[in-house]
Write a protein that binds this ligand. Structure first.
Ligand SMILES: [Zn+2]
Ligand SMILES: [Zn+2]
Length: 511
């Protein structure tokens, strides 16, 4: 699709709104669509509109499901194109049809002012680059640029403009066909891999592949602080206004313009683990380290009957696990069942644990090769408890920036929360070993939001299966696979966010 009409008919961005030439928009090398800066989760840093020197992949085209962005060093020629396009668009915005500009009065000052946005080169110490700009414009006259020589004898200045004044066509070059989106076990293509020149390959090696929609460099949940990956909310009001305010740099971004990014599938949570635990790339298996350390899955449940499986794939003689369910505040530098927020079943002797008390449960423990089932039953009360209502929107929490992404920061005090724990009548947890029902382990568990969770001690590897295809399907017909929770949670979140935006509409202002 290279002809102009079809380019313009293409869908724009995730939001499906029109292009806006007055703001920064990025061109995806995969689907070759435009994306508005404020619709992009990745924190881009200083940029200017009409840039040519970057590799961007949108969420739909990036193998990880997370946007990737990388600046490529701009040549002076590209800087000239970007400068002229911006100067021209600025005039157009003011209603003027001016397309020719002075090197000294317009082009050089623009480049000077936006140097860091335009290029990764460091600022020049001397002004010799001024000559380079003039030479660059001269060199590509008739190809990229055009000039106007003064007719008036008094006037000596030559003006320059773009040969093609249709600035909507300015985007990074796509040299090869887009990479196919990798799925499942297929080989993954490094983002940007198809446009990297020989010279740039070195930096490509440093580009870390992200795993299943979560940034490799991320903050860890710790000491009552929890971090939820944020993405721009397409339904938030005043978004275009926010886009066009160019004095926002450095100020706090209003949280309500963003929303929690819900993982598309249930996996182990990279950010919700003791840092010493090693999680595999697919985020379905985890290996222990030295002392006991724990990890939670990405999703919780607070009502209904839910099931997941865990298989012990490797286990050294002196290693152990305690697997079960835990709330968000359960300490991860301890086994599950160490505090009041978790319930577990230990491999050694089959002991069950809650609040650091170990009680006899199954006559034998479990070990390498065993597949275990974990079932939690949280009946829906006639009057839903605070945990059984929709999860509240987190749009009112502060947004914090960590590397290239924004996160909502939540804070909860475990010492305070533990006082509020109340048992949920008729709730229970039971475990299964290779399909055998080991009977109820815990009854009347505390009301709350429970994640699949496991603690590992030394060299043990556990592989998780959240369904829907289980090795030993749960015997209860109404038990749902944890995998079902992903879609359900997306719906709950979106309901909660919509309610928040509606209730607070009058107070949401850009100030
Ligand atoms: Zn958009
Ligand atoms: Zn794309």
């Amino acid at each position: 699709m290279s002809n102009k009409a079809s380019e313009q008919q293409r869908q724009v961005c995730y939001c499906n709104k029109d292009r806006n030439l007055n703001i920064i928009e990025l061109w995806c090398l995969g689907c070759r669509r435009w994306f508005h800066e404020s619709c992009i989760s990745y924190q881009l840093g200083k940029l200017v509109p009409f840039m040519l020197n970057y590799a961007f992949y949108c969420k739909n085209c990036s193998p990880s499901g997370l946007e990737t962005f990388r600046k490529i060093q701009a040549q002076f020629q590209q800087m000239c194109i970007t400068a002229l396009a911006n100067l021209q668009q600025y005039e157009a915005k003011e209603g003027r049809d001016k397309t020719l500009f002075s090197v000294d009065k317009d082009i050089l000052p623009f480049i000077e002012m936006h140097w860091e946005g335009l290029t990764t080169m460091s600022r020049r110490v001397t002004n010799t680059w001024h000559q380079t700009i003039s030479r660059t414009l001269q060199k590509d006259l008739g190809i990229l640029f055009r000039q106007e020589v003064p007719k008036d004898e008094q006037e000596t200045e030559v003006l320059y403009g773009l040969k093609n004044t249709d600035v909507t066509q300015i985007h990074p070059a796509t040299s090869e066909p887009a990479p196919a989106k990798a799925r499942g076990g297929k080989r993954r293509t490094l983002p940007g891999g198809d446009v990297v020149s020989k010279k740039a390959r070195g930096e490509n090696a440093a580009l870390k592949l992200m795993t299943h929609g979560y940034p490799v460099d991320h903050p860890f949940n710790k000491d009552g602080f929890r971090y939820v990956l944020a993405e721009p909310d397409p339904n938030a009001p005043h978004r275009q206004e926010f886009d066009e305010m160019n004095d926002w740099q450095g100020r706090r971004i209003p949280s309500w313009l963003y929303r929690a990014m819900a993982p598309s599938q249930v996996m182990l949570a990279l950010h919700d683990r003791a840092t010493q635990l090693k999680v595999t790339e697919g985020r379905t298996a985890v290996t222990g380290d030295k002392g006991y350390a724990s990890i939670r899955a990405t999703h919780f449940v607070s009502r209904g009957t839910w099931y997941y499986e865990a298989t012990i794939t490797e286990m050294a003689e002196n290693a152990a696990t305690r697997i079960g369910f835990a709330q968000a505040l359960a300490n991860l530098q301890a086994p599950i069942g160490f505090d009041k927020f978790g319930y577990s079943w230990r491999s050694r002797k089959g002991t069950k644990f809650h609040d650091s008390r170990g009680l006899h449960y199954s006559d034998e423990g479990y070990g390498k090769g065993d597949t275990l089932g974990f079932l939690i039953h949280l009946p829906v009360e006639a009057t839903p408890t605070r945990h059984q209502k929709l999860p509240p929107s987190i749009k009112d929490r502060p947004l914090v920036r960590f590397k290239n992404h924004l996160y909502f920061e939540e804070r909860e005090d475990a010492a305070e929360e533990v006082k509020k724990l109340t048992p949920l009548p008729n709730s229970y947890i039971k475990f299964f070993r290779n399909g055998e029902d080991m009977r109820v382990a815990f009854e009347g568990i505390y009301d709350g939001q429970y994640y699949p969770a496991l603690g590992l001690y030394r060299a043990v590897t556990v592989s998780l299966n959240f369904g829907p295809d289980f090795k030993f399907p749960p015997p209860l017909r109404d038990a749902r696979p944890f995998s079902d929770r992903a879609q359900e949670y997306v719906k709950e979140l979106s309901k909660a966010d919509t309610a928040y935006l509606t209730e607070n509409y009058n107070t949401l202002r850009l100030e």
